[in-house]
Write a protein that binds this ligand. Structure first.
Ligand SMILES: O=C(O)C1=C[C@@H](OP(=O)(O)O)[C@@H](O)[C@H](O)C1
Ligand SMILES: C=C(OP(=O)(O)O)C(=O)O
Length: 426
């Protein structure tokens, strides 16, 4: 178990960063969706971190040929996916496990999906139940709620009408992937739009998905193979956000983050920083599947804020936002965010336990927390094996010195995080 110490940053920074990790959600989808084509997909800037390399390895175990040179990946699928001879290891990734459930439910063969101790403790009923209701054979520990999950692919799934009780892009994507091989048009609805990379990418590859006027996505089963992908994965706004918070809490500092997806479902945390008083500019440059451009963040005021809406649009950034909230003027409150409890760690507990160690006043709720802003003090915090917690408190260290225990988890999404953090001191 590795640890590191972060020293207080005593000078302002003004940097342009073009080496932040590529988007994790889009990278997972590139690897998986390439299996719906019968031609080679070309992916540039694939995220070469543990989560997405595990997905690539599963795609290979399913019979695709993969050529990878650094972050350039070529995936040539087989016409019929192969039953793997071993278990499929999703590592730490909820996205991989849940999307593969939908993808594999109607593939001939048996598949066992497992993951690390954190993933094996996360709820899978949210995908297993609706998939079972359309004929999928999925089982696992705790009546199919926990991995290892066992899937025996069926020939055909029933089309469905499903209004999801949970706003989750992973559930939506699993059901869309299953619907592509159902024997009729399926309908999926969510209460709040969640990240929509699946819809955008599959449509771009030729699938028919459309919204009806009752807010359902109508998903037509595939009649033929989809077009292959030819894509450059943009920078991950969730990874970049750690450096946005760094600029927000360091007097007179500025950061320009290059080539980020500006998909509205992914940049809400930057909008929250803006509402807190920070100067944030979005500079859109192109649109390939989604808008892509640069984000400039300039230190300014930092005031407390209440966050209770569009939670799924900023769910991964709430731990980093809690650091900005701790240094803001006044109190901040996060509510409607119960989903935080079922991520890589229980992120409500992880955030408040660590803030307590840093001397921050807070109240914990079942669905969030209230933070009294002011100052942070040096501490030794535990990541709880959660990459977002490790990186959020590393950024806090720029303000007050910090020891972070158990930092290996950063490898799951952002292997060069520390290198970029170190460059702020130069
Ligand atoms: O679909 C995706 O790529 C993701 C969806 C979100 O999870 P939920 O669907 O569980 O909200 C998010 O937290 C995760 O980091 C990535
Ligand atoms: C929740 C996350 O990912 P996943 O659900 O794929 O493990 C995350 O990256 O913050």
């Amino acid at each position: 178990m590795k640890n590191f110490s972060i020293n207080r940053l005593v000078k302002p920074f003004d940097i342009t960063i073009s080496t932040i990790a590529s988007d994790k959600s889009i990278s997972h989808r590139c690897a998986m969706f390439s299996l719906f084509s019968n031609q080679t997909s070309y992916i540039k800037n694939y995220l070469t971190a543990e989560d997405t390399l595990n997905t690539l390895s599963i795609v290979e175990q399913l019979g695709a040929t993969i050529k990878r040179v650094g972050s350039n990946v070529e995936i040539t699928p087989k016409d019929i996916l192969t039953e793997p001879s071993n278990i499929l290891d999703c590592g730490n990734s909820g996205t991989a496990m849940r999307l593969f459930c939908g993808l594999l439910a109607s593939i001939e063969g048996s598949f066992i999906l497992t993951g690390d101790k954190y993933l094996r403790n996360r709820p899978m009923k949210r995908v297993a139940d609706p998939l079972r209701s359309i004929g999928a054979n999925i089982d696992g520990r705790e009546n199919g709620n926990k991995a290892p999950l066992f899937i025996r692919g069926v020939k055909e799934l029933e089309p469905f009408i499903y209004h999801s009780p949970v706003d989750s892009a992973q559930v939506k994507s699993a059901m869309i992937l299953a619907a592509l091989r159902a024997n009729g048009v399926s309908k999926y609805k969510e209460n709040e739009l969640t990240r929509d990379h699946t819809e955008r990418m599959l449509k771009g590859m030729g699938a028919t998905l459309e919204y009806d006027n009752e807010g359902f996505i109508n998903i037509h089963p595939l009649k033929a193979h989809l077009d292959p992908l030819n894509i450059t994965v943009p920078t991950d706004p969730s990874s970049a956000f750690f450096f946005a918070v760094a600029a927000a809490i360091t007097p007179n500092s500025r950061v320009l983050i290059k080539n980020v997806t500006l998909n509205p479902t992914r940049i809400e945390a930057y909008e929250v920083l803006k509402r807190m008083g920070v100067i944030v500019n979005f500079i859109e440059k192109e649109n390939i599947y989604e808008p892509i451009g640069d984000i400039e963040v300039i230190n300014n005021e930092l005031n407390g804020i209440d966050v209770s809406e569009n939670i799924s649009w900023l769910i991964d950034e709430l731990p980093a936002l809690s650091i900005a909230m701790s240094l803001a003027k006044g109190t901040s409150k996060v509510s409607n965010a119960k989903e935080l409890r079922v991520k890589e760690s229980d992120r409500i507990s992880s955030v408040v336990n660590n803030l307590k160690l840093c001397g921050v006043k807070f109240t914990e709720f079942e669905d969030g927390y209230e933070i009294t802003g002011g100052s942070l003090q040096k501490s030794t915090i535990n990541s709880y094996g959660d990459h977002r917690i490790a990186m959020s408190f590393a950024i806090a260290g720029l303000n007050c010195d910090m020891n972070i225990e158990d930092i290996d988890c950063i490898e799951t999404s952002f292997p060069n995080f520390k290198e970029i953090l170190d460059s702020l001191y130069i």
